[in-house]
Design a protein around this ligand. Structure first.
Ligand SMILES: [Zn+2]
Length: 365
């Protein structure tokens, strides 16, 4: 499970761009570039938009809106440090630019600076009380910060696990042991290990749904932090292993590629690496030929209902398992590295997997 609130975000930017007054002093070429850049951003092509904002800024470096656009594009590409820098630049040029405060807060939150994100959103909500979405986000961040202040931590060599009460300490130890097994097994498969300890937070089911706003079917979440609801985990260690291995794989993928990884590859690897054998829904999808085209599984599965999600995960897992079997884990890790470095998907796939993606897809089911 991963989080993409971008779609809603891009819409907010669209409104912002449409409401912008024409800037008379700007030369027409830059004005056209600006329009094209915002249109491209709103069409969801963040990488292309980032290039256009960059070009437009060369002609008009003091334009706060262009810095805002560059910040939003960077945020959508998960270049959070760039997003922060551009949003700060936009605000330095125009402190009334509410949207820049929104991107800045989101980028800070994803960078792990919850206190900075909260301060930024406090300023945003104070200046724009009509932003009810922002007020709701601020509320959620405050609840999360209060909860995390109450939590204790167990620090392992590869993970830090936060949990709420002393009665959860045994559970945290169990989680660390399970995560360590996943670390060695999955790291060896992909020939790669995360470069920094991965933060993990154990929640009650209620805290989990409140903080992550995951769909009811989600058993865990990763957004830079592994977040897991402890639903009867002690009674079912196999399920705990499965969930933690899945979320750990997301963390490992993120360490190889900050962005550019299609959802089917991300979720498919996480699912395929949960256990060595295909799960029941994979077998069912293979037997009933109910797989969906990978091209329809590019974006987060968070919007799918339970049944659709099951088919999406199973389809993705079958594809990922085939990749691991045919090309090997190291080739898949290299594919991820290329995607993170901004190499176009088809080019990276052909180079690392030694066949075209179209051919791979055509012979998958
Ligand atoms: Zn997942």
């Amino acid at each position: 499970m991963t989080f993409l609130r971008q779609a809603r975000w891009a819409l907010a930017i669209l409104l912002c761009a449409a409401a912008l007054p024409a800037a008379a002093q700007v030369d027409p070429r830059t004005a056209l570039l600006e329009r094209a850049a915002f249109d491209t951003l709103n069409a969801g092509r963040a990488h292309e938009a980032a290039g256009l904002f960059h070009d437009a800024l060369a002609g008009d470096p003091k334009n706060a809106r262009l810095h805002l656009g560059a910040a939003a594009a960077a945020y959508l590409e998960r270049r959070d440090a760039d997003a922060k820098e551009e949003a700060e630049r936009a605000l330095a040029l125009d402190a009334t630019l509410t949207q820049a405060r929104e991107v800045l807060g989101l980028a800070l939150y994803r960078l792990g600076d919850a206190a900075g994100a909260i301060r930024t959103y406090e300023a945003l909500v104070a200046g724009a009380p009509e932003e009810t979405d922002a007020a709701a986000t601020l509320d959620r961040w405050r609840r999360e910060a209060e909860l995390h202040d109450r939590m204790q931590q167990t620090v392992g060599s590869h993970f830090t696990v936060s949990f709420e009460g002393p009665q959860e300490a045994a559970l945290a130890d169990q989680a660390i042991a399970s995560l360590d097994r996943a670390y060695w097994r999955i790291g060896e498969t992909l020939g790669s290990y995360p470069y920094a300890p991965v933060p993990v937070v154990l929640y009650t089911a209620q805290q989990f749904s409140d903080i992550t706003r995951s769909p009811a079917w989600a058993a865990g979440a990763f957004d830079g932090t592994i977040r897991v609801p402890m639903r009867g985990a002690l009674d079912n260690p196999t399920e705990l292993d499965r969930v933690l291995a899945h979320e750990f794989t997301h963390a490992l993928i993120r360490s190889l590629a900050e962005h550019g990884v299609p959802a089917w590859l991300n979720e498919g690897l996480a699912t395929a690496l949960e256990t060595s054998e295909p799960g029941e829904s994979e077998r069912h999808v293979a037997e009933t030929h109910s797989a969906v085209p990978l091209s329809t599984l590019q974006a987060s599965f968070g919007r799918l209902d339970g049944e659709q999600a099951q088919v999406a995960y199973a389809t993705s897992a079958i594809a990922a398992r085939r990749l691991l079997d045919e090309a090997g884990g190291v080739a898949v890790a290299n594919l991820l590295r290329d995607l993170g470095a901004g190499v176009d998907f088809d080019t990276a796939f052909l180079h690392r997997i030694q066949r075209t993606f179209a051919d791979f897809q055509a012979n998958l089911f």
